[in-house]
Design a protein around this ligand. Structure first.
Ligand SMILES: [Zn+2]
Length: 234
């Protein structure tokens, strides 16, 4: 499933080896997440296939400070792209550390822990989001970033299309085998700093009326499927 045209936003997705990078096609193209360290060649290639030049990108939102999402931020920043990130993960980003992971269970999580790099190039985000941030003036995208801690303390969500589309990073993941099978099926992510808070955030997004969830791994997922898997607020 791709993000439906009816949602009023165009989003392209580049599936990198460890995570997705999305490009929101607003007045200027905007990236959501930056891949893992060393992904820049593949990222450039994926953008070219979508008809986007990296030179035209103004902003990249880093959904959180894990290395498979923040790993390319410094490279992009050096190209003049403004990096937008949540304040709660600054300690990670300033040191370029993936940090401790709290597993939600399963052997595959252990295996993944070994795959994801422990370090990445440190960076100081140009925009640090404590609460919310309007993307229009700087990034040319009709949407906002809101702080949604849970996966990590600094996790943020990008809301588009008047709140109908939420780009949620690792709030949950899609599909089996890292999203390669049934990618739209919502699943608990392998690692969550605060699982109870994550569930509250998913319920809060449903309560706001989000219809489409764009994910860091697999996805996107539809509202009905998210309700089926995670339920509504109890
Ligand atoms: Zn993560």
């Amino acid at each position: 499933m791709t993000v439906p045209q009816s949602s009023g936003v165009a989003i392209g997705t580049i599936v990198l080896p460890l995570s997705n990078v999305h490009v929101v096609l607003g007045r200027y193209p905007m990236l959501v997440d930056t891949g893992a360290p060393g992904d820049i060649v593949e990222l450039r290639h994926g953008l070219r296939q979508l008809g986007v030049r990296l030179e035209d990108v103004r902003c990249a939102v880093v959904t959180h400070g894990h290395s498979d999402h923040a790993g390319g931020a410094r490279v992009l920043q050096r190209l003049g792209i403004k990096i937008v990130a949540g304040t709660g993960d600054l300690w990670r980003e300033l040191r370029g550390v993936h940090g401790h992971l709290t597993s939600t269970g399963g052997l595959f999580a252990l295996f993944l822990k070994l795959l994801v790099p422990g370090h990445y190039q440190p960076f100081w985000p140009d925009v640090r989001v404590r609460d919310r941030y309007d993307l229009r003036p700087l990034c040319g995208v009709d949407g906002e970033v809101i702080a949604m801690p849970g996966h990590t303390a600094g996790s943020v969500v990008v809301l588009l299309a008047g709140g109908k589309v939420a780009m949620v990073g690792d709030l949950f993941r899609g599909g089996a085998l890292a999203g390669y099978v049934h990618p739209s099926e919502p699943k608990e992510h392998f690692f969550q700093d605060d699982l109870a808070l994550v569930h509250r955030q998913i319920h809060a997004l449903l309560a706001r009326g989000v219809e489409v969830f764009v994910l860091g791994h697999g996805g996107p997922s539809r509202r009905d499927d998210v309700i089926r898997v995670f339920g509504l607020k109890d």
